[in-house]
Write a protein that binds this ligand. Structure first.
Ligand code: B1M
Length: 229
């Protein structure tokens, strides 16, 4: 607990910088408090999410890469981030938007990163999609079972590791082998994924972030890319 700083006394810009620092330090309660303060000051949930939380996690990622932070510290940062996201979730999700489609999504096998996927879930739900979240470490069998059980227009896959992103292709190939590839729009995302990779593995689109996932899902559904009949 950081007893020295009165978060509510900070101006917005300083508070956001402090949140980046508190996320870095894995201070869950401070992140919860600051998230509530920004909302009470009229910030939109989306701005709190992107400017304070996602940007803070980006900074953590840089120092993780450079060997300044290690797994235990990054786990604490992730927990603090999730605490902030938990406050924002109902605000992002309950828009009363009419249901526009269904998505099954999971982080691929071998990969336990779920913050980005969870953000995608929230934004998709907020945009009126029904989301079936398979969680992390999702095997091809679980994806296929969920596609059969829920018959979604969209399959979303997330991968954060260069070693796990090829698994997306395994899933797409299994869909082809089962003769169901044409029934679903396949969207892929995650830090190491890009447009070219998505094309190479036969996905319908790469989504840079959660907002792009929403836009892309809407656009491709409107274009009738999923032939779920
Ligand atoms: Co990990 N990790 N990690 N990690 N971790 C990365 C990914 C890494 C880039 C860090 C680094 O070196 N800079 C690196 C990967 C390097 C590589 O593959 N080339 C790495 C590594 C190496 C590892 C371990 C191997 C470390 C170790 O054990 N030695 C290990 C692997 C564990 C495993 O999965 N098997 C590991 C573990 C962990 C923690 C458990 C400590 C923790 C995860 C906690 C959790 O998720 N519950 C963690 C974290 C937090 C990170 C970083 C720092 C942050 C990831 C994150 O949450 N970003 C990350 C660094 C980085 O990415 N720069 C890193 C915030 C999030 C909002 O962004 O996930 O990109 P992101 O999601 C975005 C978009 O990508 C997109 O939309 C999201 C929202 O806008 N998107 C989608 C994501 N999925 C989508 C799906 C879609 C659409 C869009 O479908 C439609």
């Amino acid at each position: 607990m950081n007893d020295d700083i009165d978060l509510s006394a900070l101006a917005d810009d300083d508070l956001v910088v402090q949140m980046h620092q508190d996320l870095y330090d894995g201070l869950k309660e401070e992140i919860e408090q600051a998230t509530r303060i920004l909302l009470a000051r009229g910030w939109t949930p989306y701005d709190v999410l992107t400017k304070a939380l996602v940007e803070g996690m980006r900074i953590v990622g840089v120092d993780f890469r450079d060997g300044i932070l290690f797994v235990p510290e990054v786990l604490m940062a992730a927990n603090a981030m999730k605490a902030g996201m938990a406050i924002l979730r109902p605000l992002l999700v309950e828009t009363g938007a009419p249901k526009v489609g269904k998505m099954v999504i999971g982080t691929v096998k071998g990969d336990i990163h779920d913050i980005g996927k969870n953000l995608v879930c929230m934004m998709m739900e907020g945009a009126g999609f029904e989301v079936i979240d398979l969680g992390i470490n999702t095997s091809v069998e679980r994806y296929l079972d969920a596609l059969e059980a829920h018959r979604p227009e969209i399959l979303g896959m997330s991968a954060l590791l260069t070693t796990t992103m090829p698994y997306m292709k395994v899933v797409i190939e299994a869909m082809k082998a089962k003769g169901i590839r044409h029934q679903h729009i396949v969207l892929v995302g995650g830090a190491p994924v890009n447009e070219r990779f998505a094309e190479e593995i036969g996905a319908d689109a790469y989504c840079r972030d959660a907002s792009v996932a929403v836009e892309t899902a809407r656009r491709l559904i409107t274009q009738g890319a999923a032939r779920t009949a």
